[in-house]
Design a protein around this ligand. Structure first.
Ligand code: NOJ
Length: 725
């Protein structure tokens, strides 16, 4: 039989894959399933290149530890990437290109806000555009594949990796994850400006016990199906090409060995046709979890579960051969995994354009349209939490502003912990941003770390911008905290500024919702600025001085105290709620959060009214309402729609987000706004496989946040008939 030329781009991907597969030796096949970090590349170069020449390296990860974000050592060097690729393409027997991977989580040279902050923009299309820019910058350097987005639903802000998540709501998490996938992969994955995206960490990793990283997860099937899996479904629908299996043990089965979840839910039930990579070392971890007898057994378990590629190589390189000989895996399983990897390589256009133009790469880094978009996203990501007596926006030129505090001049901090390539020097500090906007003559500052020097500046100013918050070293992978509190000394510093009697704004930086008694008690205004990337200072300045109007809203509940965790808006009703609601809480702190999910202020005041059922037809329900802007400024309001079922066959949350929209509204005007909801979307999973939607009366709830909502009652006959009576 004549073998087709797999290098011919006119053939279908399927034909190219099967032709190539038919020519491969077992070693070459296993090689495609291995991702090597190539540690100490320079000193071990010949050894690595000889492995590449022998077809043993399917992928290279540009990272040197499992927690690459914490100590980025490995850099991206397009010349080095070309050097390795040339050996793969021109000197290996079959010329299969290597796929180069790096954690481009939220930025390359232009660094966006951390994902938790981005989600507060509730602006999926802006997120897509911003990630398109990131994809251009990263791919131009030779990166083909990135390990993002992370869509782990999070309910515990002690966990350091909440920075990488889009928050506590499954719907919003899925919408943002899909937006990132679209940005990275673009309309044409084969175009040189696109990156292969990876949905992670499949699944449940966000529920790590006690907020400790890598910890056990215990999630009921019902919660897994309704809360943790839906964002991954959204990523599949968005066309994501790869998945990463998490580090976690989920109810007795480490996910990396879960046949039910990977081969079952993901590949069989949801038709995912890309490939699955393990997390760093999570295949060997099966041995350490003591569910695999040895490393060979671990490799067999992972492949059998559906993990196609091993990050890092040794798990498959050293053991898959033996597993095959021992009959623990079959050649068909290996072939299936190899076909999946090759399919993505063909689809990503690696065979057509394996190399990068190292000189051209520099031209697109930090292009003005990228930094402008990053600034816009930063502005929309920051959340105004408090604004007593409308202290903000500050009046430019009439005010002397003291910009002080531990974060007044920081730069590296705003890049957050999962940023491998952004440069501190490119970050606009908060002081710099304010100075650039209002002129040096209007700003006072202190470079000193001494609180009494800040106090002295405050005395000499009309208003103080006090920049506080945790450092980037307190969040990210393997960086959890037991107590949600500002770093030592900051509560006192806030009190000291308050004692000057000067009006003051607290700008809080950090990677998680973090309450502060002093901010709550004393600050006149409070802007949650998160870690918003290279354009942070410019965005803060625009918001404080009214060049931009705050619109961001929280996607993770802000607790009052650590003891309230887990705290999230979509709680379930309790049987005892009828008479005993008062006994439910704590004696020492009330149960309400400091700020609820969806909360955030604007400089405009909005009013919601006239919520009405517009129509029910073709499986959709339309809900309308009037949004009024009572202020003399144009603004944007993130309108939210929740629903609550009167009856379900299993317990369901008191309310669930089902729609949201950023609505631009002119000064002193009103607008009619409509939400259209699929009636099918009012259902839920009873078990992983059973989605049901029993007829029930439903209350729709419209408003500015999860705690301030106008109800619209719909009977089940209204909803489940074709016409409104
Ligand atoms: C471990 C992390 O869990 C994962 O998110 C990351 O992509 C890999 N390390 C690679 O750096």
């Amino acid at each position: 039989m004549m073998t087709l030329n797999y290098n011919n781009p006119d053939l279908s991907t399927e034909e190219r894959v099967s032709s190539l597969l038919s020519l491969m030796s077992l070693e070459e096949k296993i090689g495609q399933l291995c991702q090597s970090p190539m540690l100490e590349y320079d000193s071990k170069k010949q050894e690595y290149l000889s492995q590449v020449r022998s077809g043993l390296v399917g992928s290279r990860i540009l990272a040197d530890t499992a927690w690459a974000g914490n100590a980025p050592g490995e850099t991206v060097d397009p010349e080095q990437i070309n050097e390795i690729q040339r050996v793969a393409v021109e000197q290996s027997r079959l010329g299969i290109p290597v796929i180069f991977a790096r954690d481009v989580i939220y930025g390359q040279s232009t660094v966006l806000p951390i994902p938790l902050a981005q989600s507060c923009s509730w602006n999926a299309s802006l997120v897509t555009d911003a990630y398109r820019d990131v994809a251009l910058e990263a791919s131009s350097l030779g990166i083909n594949w990135t390990f993002a987005p992370m869509m782990d639903v999070v309910r515990d802000p002690r966990w350091g990796r909440v920075i990488e998540s889009f928050g506590e709501d499954p719907l919003l998490n899925g919408a943002m994850a899909a937006a990132v996938v679209k940005g990275f992969q673009g309309d044409d994955l084969a175009s040189p400006g696109s990156l292969v995206s990876c949905a992670k960490h499949f699944v449940g990793y966000g529920a790590s016990e006690s907020g400790c990283d890598y910890d056990t997860t215990e999630i009921s099937e019902n919660t897994l199906a309704n809360v943790y899996l839906p964002p991954f479904k959204a990523a599949i629908n968005a066309g994501v090409k790869t998945f990463m299996s998490g580090f976690n043990d989920l109810g007795g089965t480490p996910v990396t060995s879960s046949k039910d979840l990977i081969n079952g839910w993901l590949k069989k039930d949801h038709g995912f046709d890309g490939f699955v990579v393990s997390d760093w070392g999570s295949i060997s971890d099966l041995h350490h979890f003591r569910v695999a007898r040895d490393e060979v057994h671990a490799a067999a378990m992972a492949l059998d579960a559906g993990v196609d590629m091993a990050m890092t190589s040794e798990a498959y390189q050293d053991h898959l051969h033996t597993a095959l000989e021992a009959g623990l895996v079959t050649i068909q399983q290996i072939d299936d995994a190899v076909s999946r990897v090759l399919t993505v390589k063909f689809e990503a256009g690696l065979f057509e354009h394996p190399y990068v133009d190292a000189e051209k790469a520099q031209l697109c880094q930090r292009a003005p349209e990228h930094t402008n978009r990053a600034k816009e996203l930063a502005q929309q990501s920051m959340v105004l939490l408090k604004n007593r007596d409308n202290l903000l926006p500050l009046v430019q030129n009439e005010t002397k502003v003291a910009v002080v505090g531990p974060h007044a001049h920081t730069q590296r901090q705003h890049l957050g912990s999962w940023c491998l390539d952004g440069k501190s020097d490119d970050v606009v500090s908060i002081y710099q941003g304010i100075k650039d906007l209002i002129g040096e003559q209007n700003v006072l500052t202190e470079y000193s770390a001494l609180t009494d020097e800040w106090v002295e500046s405050a005395h000499r100013a009309d208003v103080v911008v006090l920049c506080v918050g945790e450092s980037h070293r307190s969040s990210g992978e393997a960086r959890n905290i037991a107590e949600l509190k500002l770093p030592s000394g900051q509560e006192e510093a806030i009190e000291a500024i308050a004692n000057t009697g000067k009006p003051f704004v607290v700008v809080q930086c950090g990677g998680r919702p973090m309450p502060s008694q002093a901010i709550s008690r004393h600050a006149d205004a409070h802007l949650m600025a998160w870690q918003c990337g290279t354009e942070t200072g410019a965005a803060v300045a625009d918001l404080l001085f009214g060049r931009a109007c705050p619109s961001g809203k929280l996607t993770m509940t802000f607790p009052k105290s650590t003891g309230q965790i887990p705290i999230y808006y979509n709680k379930k009703p309790l049987g005892k709620m009828r008479d005993f609601a008062d006994y439910r809480g704590y004696k020492d702190v009330d149960r309400a959060p400091l700020y609820p999910f969806g909360y955030g202020l604007s400089y405009a005041k909005f009013r919601y009214s006239d919520v009405e059922l517009m129509s029910v037809a073709d499986g959709k329900v339309k809900i309308g309402f009037t949004l009024s802007n009572l202020s003399p400024i144009k603004a944007t309001e993130i309108c939210q729609l929740y629903f609550s079922r009167a009856y379900s066959s299993c317990t369901r949350p008191e309310k669930e987000l089902i729609g949201f929209e950023r609505v631009d509204i002119e000064a002193c005007s009103s607008r009619h706004v409509e939400f259209e909801v699929d009636i099918d979307g009012l259902g839920y999973f009873e078990t992983i496989a059973d989605y049901v939607n029993p007829k029930s009366a439903v209350t729709f709830l419209v408003g500015p946040n999860s705690d301030d909502l106008l109800p619209l009652e719909c009977t089940s006959s209204q909803l489940y008939q074709t016409e409104v009576n």
